[in-house]
Design a protein around this ligand. Structure first.
Ligand SMILES: NC(=O)c1ccc[n+]([C@@H]2O[C@H](COP(=O)([O-])OP(=O)(O)OC[C@H]3O[C@@H](n4cnc5c(N)ncnc54)[C@H](OP(=O)(O)O)[C@@H]3O)[C@@H](O)[C@H]2O)c1
Length: 206
């Protein structure tokens, strides 16, 4: 299969290469990838900045989230069958969504919402999980509380603002002038231009 790989760490372009189609384990599905999104962590892995936390073998196929279609299922798979349209986030030890196929545990995928295109669905897993884990699992936010979301116009910020508003939370966010209209349209209650205003003073006196 075709895949975008690195052979060593560094700020260098990814290389288009022929790689073997991955073999599936008992609880894996083999997914044909339709769309994948690019996140800052992909650059950080390529640059070698994640080396202290996680060692990868080379050549390494980059990419963490994707949408696609199930082609084959392992013997232990119970929730998916060939032909299912799915999206998901590769586990940290088996990344590699910038490719034609990925073998992925069935617990790392879900059915693609029918009202989303493959491209839209592929943009969600990493930012969605990060935002959900932060608000739900760690902060245990509830309606009526307030949250500060830095970088509201970024990949994480745009998802996090919408999730927080869905949870009934008041959202203050930082954004430059260029991102103002975007974060406002997503429902931010208070927008702080981080280039010109000290967010910590504004929020502490609010
Ligand atoms: N993407 C993910 O799934 C994910 C998951 C876990 C962790 N993270 C981490 O979260 C961070 C943001 O990721 P991202 O995907 O949202 O990146 P991104 O899409 O590249 O967005 C970066 C945003 O940062 C804003 N920004 C830059 N300097 C700022 C400052 N001093 N104060 C406030 N905002 C500032 C910019 O806002 P303006 O355009 O308004 O200037 C830009 O919109 C990265 O460090 C990333 O590694 C990301």
């Amino acid at each position: 299969m075709k895949a975008m790989i690195i052979e060593k760490y560094g700020k260098i372009p990814l290389k288009l290469a022929d790689m073997p189609v991955p073999t599936i384990g008992e609880n894996d599905v083999l997914a044909e990838i339709v769309a994948a999104s690019i996140n800052p962590v992909d650059f950080k892995i390529r640059d070698g900045k994640v080396r202290m936390l996680k060692k990868f073998n080379m050549p390494l196929i980059l990419g963490n989230d994707f949408s696609g279609v199930v082609k084959q299922v392992g013997k232990g798979v119970t929730k998916f069958k060939a032909g299912d349209q799915i999206y998901g986030r590769a586990t940290k030890d088996r990344i590699g969504t910038f490719a034609e196929y990925i073998a992925i545990d069935e617990n790392a995928i879900a059915m693609k919402p029918k009202n989303l295109s493959f491209e839209e669905a592929a943009s969600i897993p990493l930012v969605g999980l990060t935002s959900y884990q932060a608000f739900h699992d760690v902060l245990k936010l509830s309606a009526g509380q307030k949250v500060l979301i830095h970088a509201g116009a970024g990949g994480i910020g745009t998802f996090a603002i919408q999730l927080a508003k869905t949870m009934g939370v008041y959202v203050a966010t930082t954004a430059s002038k260029a991102g103002y209209e975007l974060v406002k349209s997503l429902g931010a209650d208070q927008i702080i231009d981080y280039k010109n205003e000290p967010f910590e003073k504004i929020l502490h006196t609010a």
